[in-house]
Write a protein that binds this ligand. Structure first.
Ligand code: HGY
Ligand code: MN
Ligand code: MN
Length: 427
């Protein structure tokens, strides 16, 4: 009898003391540098814009990693890459986690990539530690996140059909792009998942701001993701000779655009809150130094955790715009080209992420996301959580975007523990 007690005590000591699996910093670094070669820019960083050859090459690379990790890989009708791993109970809803690998033009090597490779790393750890889950798992690499969360919108059944004809940074329309990456626009609706299909969704992502880095905190527990509205603005004046047209007889679209840009900044800074507003694109026509621009197209983007705040800032801009039209003799029109609603994350998952970080010995901070993410679409389908890791000097969407191998691996360790905790939880 005594021997039995000793054996049992030893066994329980070993199982209880099992260290939690930890992300492999070397493997994460090796893979993110390899992924960074697809669309690499000479000045550093990447331009792996959606549907480009670099995007196709990057997708092939991550699909191979997913297959090698034993996932059953497919591309849905929207062009999202989905890697499935069986659970012990196939009747249970899916736990999904993932991110994107497309980048902005002149972007960095970590935005989206950490969460995509981190999801695959999570599966590698499960394989190495012979971990099985009750729920089936899906690793999702969403397509064209940077073009307006296109892949996750399609997967959530909320992609406006008008979006399909938007021309992307690759020069292709979204419709053409989806075809080129293996989707099938004619069957787009088959990519949409019903409520109840997912048990939960998690996204690991770089913070893209400087809070964690400055405060030297390991993990961000995202409480909510900002809404993003984007408009295409067309300003029409009158092209004329730059030399012979007196200053008081001009209808200069560029002057109107300049005044509107200042008005955008003023509308965002003149009220309290975290809202942000940006003019990122401006295109004067005909674009010759000796011709007064007769037309300017430009972008306006407004973000906030409150959709109402976004609309009120836009109203203030339009009011200013009306005065600018009168002052410059131009007309200004606004076309909404993208609207992603703000999304709070699930409180229970927030607590699980904080608990996982603590159990692994990491510091953590509950914080909002100023960047948009596929998770904000997934939050319309299932309880959703986001895990942030630090961005060096808070830089993102730029060549010197950087997150250390250790920070990437920490994020993976927290992702894995949270997935395993969700697997044991009935929401
Ligand atoms: O623009 C964003 O916020 C995200 O990086 N797509
Ligand atoms: Mn991103
Ligand atoms: Mn981005």
């Amino acid at each position: 009898m005594r021997i039995l007690v000793v054996v049992f005590a030893l066994y329980s000591l070993v199982t209880v003391a099992q260290p939690q699996p930890r992300g492999n910093p070397k493997r994460m670094e090796q893979r993110i540098l390899k992924l960074g070669t697809f669309g690499a820019n000479p000045q550093g960083g990447v331009s792996r814009v959606a549907y480009s050859d670099a995007d196709l090459a990057g997708r092939a690379y991550v699909m191979n990693l997913m297959k090698a990790a034993g996932l059953d890989v497919s591309v849905d009708a929207a062009g999202n890459i989905i890697g499935k791993r069986k659970g012990t109970d196939p009747s249970l809803p899916v736990i999904a986690f993932g991110s994107h690998i497309d980048s902005v033009p002149g972007g960095g090597n970590y935005d989206g990539d950490v969460g995509s490779l981190g999801a695959i790393e999570c599966i590698e750890l499960m394989n190495e530690h012979k971990i099985t889950t009750r729920h089936p798992l899906e690793v999702i690499i969403f397509q064209n996140e940077e073009g307006g969360l296109i892949g996750s919108e399609a997967l959530c059944g909320i992609l406006p059909s008008a979006s399909l004809d938007l021309v992307t940074h690759s020069g292709k329309t979204i419709r053409q792009g989806i075809a080129d990456i293996g989707g099938n626009v004619a069957q787009l609706s088959t990519a949409a998942k019903p409520k109840g299909y997912y048990h939960a969704f998690l996204e690991l992502h770089i913070e893209q701001g400087g809070i964690l880095d400055q405060k030297e905190i390991n993990i961000g527990v995202v409480e909510g993701i900002v809404g993003i509205n984007q408009w295409r603005v067309t300003i029409t004046g009158k092209a004329n000779h730059a030399g012979t047209t007196p200053m008081d007889q001009r209808q200069d679209a560029m002057v109107a655009a300049a005044k509107l840009t200042v008005a955008v900044n003023k509308a965002a800074t003149s009220v309290a809150g975290r809202q942000v507003a940006t003019v990122g694109q401006m295109h004067p026509e005909p674009g010759a130094p000796n011709v007064i621009p007769g037309k300017v197209t430009m972008s306006i983007e407004i973000r906030d955790l409150s959709h109402e705040k976004i609309l009120s800032v836009f109203d203030a801009i339009r009011e200013q715009g009306a005065a600018i039209e009168k002052e410059t003799g131009t007309t200004i029109t606004y076309e909404l080209t993208n609207e992603n609603l703000p999304a709070p994350t699930d409180k229970r998952i927030q607590e699980m992420v904080s608990a996982a970080a603590k159990s692994l010995g990491f510091s953590s901070l509950v914080m909002p996301s100023g960047a948009g993410h596929d998770a904000q679409d997934m939050a319309t389908l299932a309880p959703t959580g986001m895990i942030f890791v630090p961005s060096k000097n808070g830089v993102s969407h730029a060549p010197d975007e950087y997150t250390s191998p250790e920070d990437m691996a920490n994020g993976v360790s927290v992702l894995l523990q949270t997935v395993l905790n969700i697997d044991k939880t009935k929401f």
